[in-house]
Design a binder for this molecule. Structure first.
Ligand code: UDX
Length: 438
């Protein structure tokens, strides 16, 4: 005879990520962690994103192991990823969000014969619509803020800073962040405006303000990394779950469960694995890995400046150069291609985590995207930062902690192992979502 708890159908979590590479990876990792706990998961993506994800074999092969996982696609016609983020935002807001709301209403919160209606909505922290929507339909809302807690906290205080006339003039400090010796230039790049009504500044601040309306908030960070800010944040947002670094957390849970499922990586571009062969032939810790993530674009002048610096440094280098990352549309300059052969190796997209963990890699020249920062911390690879936009300036200040990169790597790994804070917080989050279901 089955027990009472066994009769209760599993929680059904609907996850709606912002469709940019840096967000998608974290959200797929979260989906996988939920699948490992036997939740039913519906993952919302546009048809376009879905096609990109399926090209990457790790996505179908990972989720094939979980009958409770499903993609729900939404028709769309938004621009190719790699285009300006500013083009994706209106497409998501004007096309995807209205269709998502309609589907949720028409399809009884995505219920099916095998799954109950959604019991919890996990929305990307960029989605301001989610708070009103969840409230209207009476669905518990959990926001997932994929960038750092420091970045979130800066936006949370935009209005105070404007009122104190410190934007656009100068910033004295944000409570909880004094220890970071933040300079004005470290604050999110969107703060660098002379217009306090700037659309991007205001819309990101508006999305941040919605967070207090959620039942809980997840951050891809860990207590040893952002503890002081997190404890101040908890005064205003009591239910915060820090479960990062989420890519490492996924691995540790798979190992603990002795699961044979593969690790999911939601790449929009095809990985060029030939760089691993090249790394295999290099001396330990001799290679600088250069990557500026999925959104950054550089001018031809910047590109050539970096290249001259690298070539003259006498270091070997592995450089990820997305074709759409160079402004002007002329592609990779011929002299760079030719001149790199001796010292370096170029790819359009690399298996980044594997590269960072390769013994030949000794340093990372990065744009300081949050995922890249966490991946580098876990791998114990020191970073040289070239912050580009958004949260990169604030993320790059984490470098101070990396004087002893190996020590930080140990902490990052320990936090996702049994007994670590991120491990315990994930269990608490799962328990909380289950409690919403009963
Ligand atoms: C953006 C923001 O810049 C970032 O700070 C924010 O938190 C999320 O959205 P992006 O600029 O692409 O993301 O940088 P990052 O956060 O570092 O994410 C890039 C991801 O792509 C990383 O997970 C990285 O491992 C992966 N990647 C990058 C590859 O797998 N291969 C590559 O060749 C380059």
């Amino acid at each position: 005879m089955s027990s009472k708890t066994e009769d209760i159908p599993p929680a059904h979590v609907v996850i709606f990520p912002f469709p940019a590479q840096g967000h998608m990876n974290c959200m797929l990792n979260l989906a996988h962690l939920f699948c490992l706990t036997d939740f039913h998961v519906t993952f919302i993506v546009s048809e376009f994103t879905h096609r990109l994800l399926l090209r990457n074999t790790s996505v179908p092969s990972t989720f094939a192991a979980y009958p409770g996982f499903q993609f729900r696609t939404i028709p769309d016609d938004h621009p190719r990823f790699g285009d300006k983020i500013a083009d994706i935002v209106p497409a998501v807001t004007n096309i995807m969000v209205p269709l998502f709301k309609k589907i949720m209403a028409d399809e009884d919160l995505l219920a099916s014969p095998n799954r109950r209606p959604a019991t919890c909505f996990v929305a990307d922290g960029f989605f301001s619509f989610a708070a009103d929507f969840a409230e209207e339909i009476g669905l518990p809302l959990v926001y997932f803020r994929t960038p750092s807690a420091s970045y979130f906290w800066s936006y949370f205080h935009v209005d105070d800073l404007i009122q104190a006339q410190e934007i656009p003039i100068k910033v004295k400090g944000i409570p909880g962040m004094e220890g970071f010796l933040l300079r004005r230039r470290d604050l999110p790049a969107f703060f660098r405006t002379d217009d306090v009504n700037d659309h991007l500044l205001q819309s990101l601040a508006a999305a941040t303000r919605q967070i207090t309306r959620a039942q809980a908030v997840i951050f891809n960070t860990f207590e040893d990394l952002e503890g002081p800010i997190l404890s101040i944040m908890r005064e205003e947002l009591p239910r915060i779950y820090t479960i990062g670094p989420i890519h490492e957390h996924q691995k540790s849970r798979l190992i603990e469960k002795k699961s044979e499922a593969s690790i999911v990586a939601g790449n929009f571009w095809e990985e060029d694995r030939s760089c691993i062969d090249w790394l295999n032939s290099q001396a330990p810790r001799s290679v600088i890995y250069v990557s500026f993530g999925s959104i950054t674009v550089v001018t031809r002048e910047q590109l050539m400046e970096f290249w001259h610096g690298l070539v003259n440094s006498s270091q070997r280098f592995l450089w990820v150069m997305r074709l759409d990352s160079i402004t002007g549309g002329d592609g990779i300059p011929a002299e760079l291609m030719e001149g790199t052969k001796e010292k370096g190796y170029l790819v359009k997209w690399a298996p980044q985590e594997e590269v960072l963990n390769h013994p030949a890699v000794g340093g990372f020249l990065t744009h300081s995207g949050w995922n890249s920062t966490l991946e580098s911390i876990v791998a114990g690879v020191p970073m040289i930062c070239w912050p580009y936009f958004g949260d990169h300036t604030i993320n790059s200040r984490k470098d101070e902690f990396l004087e002893r990169a190996n020590g930080m790597a140990k902490m990052a790994k320990k936090t996702v192992d049994r007994g670590g804070s991120s491990y315990t917080n994930l269990d608490a989050l799962i328990g909380y979502i289950k409690s919403l279901t009963i």
